[in-house]
Design a protein. Structure first.
Length: 173
């Protein structure tokens, strides 16, 4: 039995939802999973494995993600660990793998930590769940990328079978 930490950075909740799903799958194998935000973690020593999930906010991962990685780089490099990124861009077949997703590639260029396990997941589009500023920016981005722009759109693009594959990798790591 492993003690696993799932750390996340989420703006609208989809990354947290993915962590909750991972927890339910992983705990079926008698592993213990703790979920925490980046700022709730103060010590990684009690965990056997650490996996981080982060969403994209206005085209970038949040600065707190990189600060967390710098602070815990040694532990992340000496324990089984991995990273997953969540974005609406990953809804497209040619942008839904770590190798083809520009946000994942930017993460790998900017991060001092180079995790062995990488995943890219599509997020959730819920215009009514956003404030006016975010709603308009996301509608504009979706217009540019030929996505849905109807302000009543609510679509979950996350491929849960891909999340299952990550759960299995975490269990086996």
């Amino acid at each position: 039995m492993a003690n696993i930490l799932l750390v996340y950075s989420s703006v609208h909740g989809q990354t947290r939802k993915i962590c909750d799903y991972l927890q339910s799958k992983i705990e079926q194998t008698d592993n213990k999973v703790t979920i925490a935000t980046l700022d709730e973690v103060s010590d990684l020593s009690q965990f056997d494995k650490v996996f981080i999930g982060a969403s994209i906010r206005h085209g970038k991962h949040r600065p707190a993600l990189y600060e967390f990685i710098q602070r815990y780089q040694t532990e992340l490099e000496t324990k089984p660990s991995g990273f997953f990124s969540v974005s609406l861009v990953a809804r497209k077949p040619n942008k839904n793998t770590p190798e083809t997703n520009a946000y994942m590639q930017a993460f790998l260029e900017q991060s001092v930590w180079k995790p062995n396990i990488l995943h890219t997941f599509a997020g959730n589009l819920d215009y009514q769940g956003y404030g006016p500023f975010d709603r308009n920016i996301i509608r504009f981005i979706m217009w540019i990328t030929k996505g849905p722009t109807d302000p009543n759109t609510k679509v979950e693009y996350t491929d849960w079978q891909k999340v299952d594959a990550l759960a299995q990798q975490i269990i086996e790591a």
